[in-house]
Design a protein around this ligand. Structure first.
Ligand SMILES: NC(=O)c1ccc[n+]([C@@H]2O[C@H](COP(=O)([O-])OP(=O)(O)OC[C@H]3O[C@@H](n4cnc5c(N)ncnc54)[C@H](O)[C@@H]3O)[C@@H](O)[C@H]2O)c1
Length: 795
């Protein structure tokens, strides 16, 4: 029997609580024990150890008993890992009551206690490939000693991020369901579990063991979780933080009718007590359970070597967001039961299984502020300013909040501790507040109010059209934020492709406020004074005064002299470390230098980036017409419409002169885009912008190469995968200049699909529809000679 647990038949309640006070009491015992045992642990280490014991126990209560964690799992894992490390190095400090010896939490009094027929274990956590290797080698060596000559086979499974459950079947009838609790005693959640469709009340077939304890994981499938959360948001309720807490919270409802409304599923991953059932391996057990109608995971595999285990880990790390459920790692088990028995258990975990954990995707941090971003078309979106946090391998400081309804739905207050998530390449997201940490900090928190005026230019914001929750700043011409975004867009790869005009350079040219510190306290006064920047004090601190560009119209008239004194705010670093202070520094010109007397030496030459910028601006003037059209930021006019317009008209003048009906008739344009183009050219400053660019030498006509044969007239061609000779844009251009249409998706109307390396679903679709597929060589032939030789037999 495990530590301090009441014997069979005794209500579990008498041995509660395990909460922080209980841990302190246990700590007392630990310290007394230390007087009698020699220990080389320093006082600092003992203090750290005691603090950790208390902290970890507090988190165990919050997570297991209240379903309301205060920190992310990864942060918790770090704490318990450190605790285990100290105990491993100083076993004299540890006691049987240490939180490292617990399996989960004490069962809640809200449910009747249930004694498991066999103990439910936790799993040993492994956080790196080398930890996995050590664990693997140890298991193999131990087996070799006990069962010489037997090579283990391994069952690799996904570690489902859900709630462990034990189901008891008697003669094939579900009689009880219980949470894991502390491993020995769980909570009776039978009524709630009976509402889950995947869990059979009667096992299929006739011959079942008299008593069978099935273990598994209850989870909320990812898709169902998203839909469920959306319905909560739509009805004005706060969404659930993550599928794991959602599953745990759903199972521990007092009212089974509530559980029944939650989309829950389950996969089995083991058995406890079983009378009359004698499978010889884990995978055989799964086959038997599946035959009886119990849900088993489709992702399980049998492997034979360390390399294969590693391969499985890598595969699912890549796929981790395309699965039925959330995972936090992989579980590796010795398959054979006899071998499992030989390896045995510790008091907490089996020695024949371990859990490899992937890099964390959720962490807690502080929500410092909510500010608004003004986009290229004036859309105002709130975003979270966060205390820097490392998640999924990158540092996160900002996260979009989409619109004011989302902020409300998430229920976050400025100043809250929040859980954030960054999954793979997906942009970081604020999941919600950590409510318990609000206690005692109420006066540091404030509600977010969406502004009535544009945060960048002060213009009163206009609501979106019907059904659109977004607000926009209508001051397109002189709102500095919109201007910055448009200038950055001009440089982007899909527009004029000016590499040196990236985000920072675009902002530096248009927004003297760039990355201004939040408040005056964060300004490095000394650096500010010696920088030579001309600054004025605004409401929130100093700001440099005049932008170099007040409109993108002047972009091609810029001279190196114009950008000489452009300062941007930068975090001051000393010895490579950030100081938390900000100061203005020159952006386009070589860094200012100070002489021995502290006098500023004026910078003398442009940076390499600046030289590149001016070279690229010259080259950009020669870009084809469609790229110039994209660069103008006309609503709805992206690369596809721009290409269609430029191949139909060949010059800016003709596009400007075309009427709406004519524009709408062009393949790839249509009425919405046509209206948007007309509207854009009806604005004076837009026309002046085009004129000024033309005067500066930007090409406003496509050179018609009379020698290019119109070999693809009327044909639709899709290019997929990567070609060797052509970039994506070049292949499109080659098709369009020969009169063809370069489409993005394959349909019955597609005449040819050109497949390069790593072509994926489009190639499959082409094969399915019987569209001719060409390789690169054949594509070149098609460009030169036309489609004659590939005419379909049925044409
Ligand atoms: N955020 C917090 O404050 C906090 C506090 C306590 C615990 N936790 C989290 O709870 C977990 C610790 O609890 P734990 O003891 O369940 O350890 P664990 O997560 O390391 O693994 C053990 C559990 O994994 C589950 N599991 C999922 N898929 C499985 C499969 N295919 N085969 C076998 N088992 C599978 C089982 O229920 C098993 O009990 C950790 O993820 C930890 O980060 C978080």
């Amino acid at each position: 029997m495990g530590r301090g647990v009441a014997g069979a038949g005794h209500p579990r309640r008498s041995s509660r609580p395990i909460a922080v006070s209980g841990v302190k009491a246990r700590l007392g015992q630990v310290t007394t024990a230390q007087h009698t045992e020699a220990t080389d642990a320093s006082p600092e280490l003992r203090e750290e150890y005691a603090g950790l014991v208390e902290e970890v126990a507090r988190h165990q209560v919050a997570y297991h008993q209240k379903d309301a964690p205060l920190i992310s799992d990864a942060e918790y894992d770090q704490l318990i890992h450190r605790l285990r490390k100290i105990e491993a190095e100083h076993p004299e400090l540890a006691s049987a009551d240490s939180p490292t010896q617990q399996v989960g939490g004490t069962p809640s009094e809200a449910f009747s206690p249930v004694e498991h027929l066999r103990r439910m274990y936790s799993l040993e956590d492994l956080f790196s490939s080398s930890e996995l290797r050590t664990w693997y080698d140890r298991a193999v060596a131990s087996l070799e000693k006990q069962r010489p000559g037997e090579k283990p086979r391994w069952l690799v499974e996904l570690k489902i991020d859900g709630l462990a459950i034990s189901l008891l079947y008697r003669h094939g009838e579900l009689v009880r369901a219980a949470t894991r609790g502390d491993g020995t005693t769980g909570e009776d959640v039978t009524h709630n579990v009976r509402t889950i469709k995947d869990i059979p009340h009667h096992l299929v077939g006739d011959h079942h063991p008299e008593e069978l304890e099935v273990r598994g994981e209850i989870f909320m499938p990812s898709e169902a979780f998203n839909t469920f959360n959306q319905t909560l948001i739509d009805s004005g309720k706060p969404p659930l933080a993550n599928p794991r807490n959602a599953a745990a919270g759903s199972i521990r409802q007092k009212d089974p009718a509530k559980t029944a409304q939650r989309p829950l599923s389950m996969f089995v991953h083991g058995i406890g007590a079983r009378s009359g059932l004698e499978p010889t391996s884990q995978h055989q057990t799964y086959e038997t359970l599946e035959a009886w109608g119990l849900p088993v995971s489709p992702y399980t595999a049998i492997v034979e070597s360390f390399e294969e285990i590693q391969q499985y880990l890598d595969t699912y790390e890549q796929k981790r967001h395309d699965l039925i459920h959330e995972i936090d790692g992989v579980v590796i088990k010795v398959d054979d039961f006899a071998q499992q028995r030989s390896l045995g258990h510790t008091s907490r975990v089996p020695r024949w299984a371990a859990a490899y954990k992937y890099a964390p995707e959720e962490v807690t941090t502080r929500l410092l502020d909510i500010r608004e971003h003004v986009g290229r078309t004036g859309r105002v979106t709130p975003y979270a300013v966060l205390r820097k946090a490392k998640v999924a391998g990158s540092e996160v400081q900002r996260a979009t909040l989409h619109n004011q309804d989302v902020v409300k739905a998430k229920g976050v207050l400025i100043g809250d501790d929040v859980m954030i998530r960054k999954a793979g390449d997906v942009i970081p997201e604020v999941l919600g507040p950590v409510l318990p940490t609000r206690e005692g900090r109420e006066n540091e928190l404030r509600e977010y109010v969406f502004p009535e005026r544009c945060p960048a230019c002060g213009t009163v914001l206009a609501p979106g059209k019907e059904g659109d929750v977004d607000y926009r700043c209508p001051n397109a011409e002189s709102c500095p934020a919109q201007l910055s975004e448009r200038v950055v867009h001009i440089g982007s790869r899909g527009a004029l492709d000016i590499e040196a005009l990236g985000y920072e350079a675009g902002l530096a040219l248009t927004n003297p406020d760039m990355r201004r510190p939040i408040d005056a306290d964060h300004i490095d006064q000394e650096a500010l004074e010696t920088s030579g920047a001309s600054v004025a004090w605004g409401a929130e601190g100093p700001t440099d005064q005049t932008p170099v560009l007040r409109s993108e119209a002047g972009l091609f008239d810029l001279t190196a002299d114009d950008v000489k004194d452009v300062y941007v705010w930068r975090e001051v670093r000393k010895g490579g470390e950030s100081t938390g202070k900000w100061a203005p520094s020159l952006y386009f010109w070589t860094k200012p230098q100070w002489d021995r007397n502290g006098e500023l030496k004026k910078p003398s030459e442009p940076t390499a980036n600046t030289v590149q910028l001016f070279e690229e601006l010259q080259k950009a003037k020669e870009q084809p017409l469609w790229r110039v059209l994209v660069a103008l930021s006309i609503r709805h006019v992206g690369p596809t419409a721009s290409r269609a317009l430029s191949s139909a008209y060949g010059s800016m003048e003709k596009i400007r002169a075309a009427d709406e009906e004519e524009l709408a008739g062009i393949d790839g344009v249509g009425p919405v885009i046509a209206a948007s183009i007309r509207e854009w050219f009806s604005v004076d400053w837009h026309c002046r912008l085009v004129d000024q660019w033309a005067a500066a030498g930007v090409r406003m006509e496509d050179e018609v190469d009379e020698n290019t044969p119109r070999t693809l007239e009327g044909l639709t061609v899709v290019v997929t995968g990567s070609l060797e000779e052509y970039s994506r844009d070049e292949s499109k251009e080659a098709i369009i200049t020969r009169g063809g249409r370069a489409a993005g998706s394959v349909s019955n109307k597609t005449d040819f699909v050109v497949a390069g390396a790593n072509a994926g679903s489009k190639l499959a679709k082409a094969e399915q529809l019987g569209v001719p597929v060409l390789d690169e060589e054949q594509f070149i032939e098609l460009l030169n000679k036309g489609p004659e030789q590939w005419k379909r037999a049925d044409d």
